[in-house]
Design a protein around this ligand. Structure first.
Ligand SMILES: NC(=O)c1ccc[n+]([C@@H]2O[C@H](COP(=O)([O-])OP(=O)(O)OC[C@H]3O[C@@H](n4cnc5c(N)ncnc54)[C@H](O)[C@@H]3O)[C@@H](O)[C@H]2O)c1
Length: 445
C-alpha cells in the first residue's frame, strides 16, 4: 500500500444549519444564519491532490421494548400502535388511509396462534397478509429472506408508516429483521418473540441475520426494530426443553453481571422451568414481584445495559459474548442436535472450568454454577465439543477480534472480566481434561 500522503492544509470543520429547507454549512467562527443545527459535521482538508471531505453523521436509533398482556386481544392497541408515541398516533388516526400490516409468523406458532392473529386484524379492520414460514435453524438462510421480500413487494407497504411484524422465535425475528433492513434500504419492523430465548435475548437488541457458507449468522445487519412487544403467555405452549434453552441466556447475564439473578436461578430454577415462567406479572411493586417476573426483568435490564451503548458492536469487549466463543461452531456442527441456548450453555460450562483453572473462580463457585445449569436441565458437556474444536474456535475468535482474544470469563458469582490474551495451552488442556472427567457422565442431549 502506498502510504505517501501529499502535504495537507489544516482541517476546516463545518456545522450544518437548515434554513428554509436547505442545509448550509458554516464554520463555528463564522455563523451566517440562525436555523436548525444538525449533529452532523463535514471537515475539509486540502492537499496538492485535491480535497478530502470527512463526514461525521451520528445515527440515532430509538426503539421500545414493551411488556404487555393479552397482546392478541383485539381490544389491545399494542400490536397495531405500540411502536409510536401519543402525538404521532393522533396524526396517524386522523388519516383516512386504511391501515395495512404484513405479518411473518413461524409455522408452528401459526398453527397455535394463527387464528388469533387473523381475528385480531379482522376485528381491527386492518388490511393484512399473514405469511407463515418454516423458520427453523436449518432453514435460516437468504432464501427465506428473499421469499419475505417478494411477498412484501407484492403486498405493497408504506415504508414509513407500516412496519412489518415478525411473530416467532429468534430465527423468525432474525430473518424478518434482515429482510426489513434490506427492503427499500430500511423498513421498520416489530418483533413479537414467542420463545423465552427470543424474549430475553434475540428481541431486545439490534442484530438481524441468517446463516451463510456454513457459518452461523454470517450475513446480517445491525438494525433494531421500532418496537418489541413482550407477552409471556406465549410460553404456555413451549416444550420444557425450549424453556431451559431460554434460561441459558438468562444464566449468561446472571454469571456475567448479576449475583442476585444467579441466586434466583439457583434457588428457583426448577420452579421457573416447571411453571414456564407463567407467574410473570408486570406492574407490581418490587416487594411483591415473583421470581419469574424478577428474573425476566433483570435479564432484560442487564442485557439492555450492555447492548444500548454498543448497539453496533464497535467495542469488541462484550460481556454478552460469554458462551458465544465456541458455541457457534458447535451448534452448526451438530445441527439440529443442540438448540442455541444449549450450545451456549456447553460453552459457558467449559469456560467455567477455564476460569477455575486460571484461579478466577473457587471450586465451590464452579460447582454451584454447574449445579445451577443442571437444575435448569441444560447440557453441561458434549462429545462433539472436542479440544480441537475449542482451539479452532478460539483461533477464529482471535482472527476476528482485532488481534486480541477479548474473552469474557466469570471472576466470581455474578461478576466477570474480559481477558485479552490467548489462554495458555496448558491451562486450556488441563481445564478441558477436568471438564471431561467431571461432566462427561452427565450425558449428551
Ligand atoms: N439477534 C440476536 O441478538 C439473537 C440473540 C440470541 C439468539 N439469536 C438467534 O435466535 C435463534 C434461536 O432462537 P429460538 O431459541 O427462539 O429458536 P427458534 O426460533 O428456532 O424457535 C424454537 C422452536 O420453538 C417453536 N416455537 C416458537 N414459539 C413457540 C410457542 N410459543 N409455542 C410452541 N412452539 C414455539 C418454533 O417453531 C421452533 O421450532 C438462533 O438462530 C440465534 O442465532 C439471535
Amino acid at each position: 500500500m502506498n502510504t505517501n500522503r501529499s502535504c495537507c492544509s489544516p482541517q476546516t470543520k463545518y456545522n450544518l444549519v437548515q434554513v428554509k429547507g436547505t442545509w448550509i454549512r458554516q464554520t463555528e467562527q463564522c455563523q451566517v444564519q440562525e436555523g436548525k443545527l444538525s449533529d452532523a459535521t463535514v471537515c475539509e482538508t486540502k492537499s496538492e491532490d485535491g480535497v478530502t471531505w470527512t463526514v461525521v453523521s451520528p445515527v440515532v436509533f430509538t426503539y421500545r421494548v414493551v411488556q404487555c398482556k393479552n397482546l392478541l386481544d383485539p381490544r389491545n392497541d399494542t400490536l397495531l400502535w405500540g411502536h409510536i408515541g401519543d402525538e404521532e398516533l393522533k396524526g396517524t388516526l386522523s388519516n383516512s388511509k386504511p391501515v395495512k400490516r404484513f405479518v411473518v409468523i413461524d409455522e408452528t406458532v401459526h398453527e397455535l396462534y394463527g387464528s388469533q392473529v387473523f381475528q385480531y386484524f379482522e376485528a381491527r379492520g386492518v388490511v393484512h397478509r399473514i405469511l407463515p414460514l418454516p423458520t427453523t435453524e436449518e432453514n435460516k438462510c437468504m432464501e427465506l429472506v428473499t421469499k419475505i421480500l417478494e411477498d412484501v413487494h407484492v403486498f405493497g407497504l408504506d415504508r414509513r408508516s407500516e412496519p412489518i411484524i415478525a411473530i416467532g422465535g429468534g430465527v423468525c425475528l432474525d430473518v424478518v429483521g434482515l429482510a426489513a433492513s434490506l427492503y427499500r434500504r430500511r423498513t421498520p419492523y416489530i418483533r413479537v418473540p414467542t420463545t423465552l430465548l427470543s424474549y430475553v435475548d434475540a428481541s431486545v437488541g439490534a442484530k438481524t441475520g441468517v446463516n451463510f457458507a456454513g457459518g452461523k449468522n454470517k450475513l446480517g445487519s445491525y438494525v433494531p426494530p421500532v418496537a418489541t412487544f413482550l407477552d409471556c403467555s406465549f410460553f404456555h405452549t413451549l416444550p420444557k426443553r425450549q424453556i431451559s434453552n431460554g434460561l441459558a441466556e438468562m444464566l449468561k447475564m446472571a454469571l456475567m453481571k448479576h449475583r442476585g439473578l444467579f441466586q434466583l436461578l439457583e434457588a428457583d430454577g426448577r420452579k421457573l422451568l416447571n411453571t414456564k415462567l407463567q407467574c410473570c406479572a408486570t406492574g407490581r411493586s418490587s416487594e411483591q414481584e415473583d421470581s419469574a417476573s424478577a428474573s425476566i426483568r433483570i435479564a432484560i435490564e442487564t442485557m439492555l445495559e450492555e447492548l444500548a451503548p454498543n448497539l453496533w458492536e464497535d467495542d469488541l469487549d462484550r460481556l454478552v459474548d460469554f458462551g458465544h466463543l465456541i458455541s457457534p461452531e458447535l451448534e452448526m456442527r451438530v445441527l439440529p442436535a443442540l438448540l442455541h441456548g444449549e450450545a451456549v450453555n456447553i460453552d459457558m460450562s467449559f469456560m467455567t472450568y477455564v476460569a477455575h483453572q486460571k484461579g478466577l473462580l473457587r471450586t465451590d463457585e464452579k460447582d454451584r454454577i454447574i449445579q445451577c445449569m443442571l437444575g435448569l436441565e441444560l447440557p453441561v458437556w458434549h462429545q462433539d465439543c472436542t479440544l480441537v474444536l475449542v482451539q479452532k474456535s478460539l483461533k477464529e475468535r482471535l482472527k476476528h477480534s482485532a488481534g486480541s482474544l477479548r474473552m469474557p470469563l466469570p471472576t466470581g458469582l455474578g461478576k466477570a472480566e474480559i481477558f485479552h490474551d490467548m489462554i495458555e495451552d496448558n491451562v486450556l488442556c488441563q481445564a478441558y481434561q477436568k471438564w471431561t472427567d467431571e461432566l462427561s457422565s452427565s450425558g449428551n442431549k
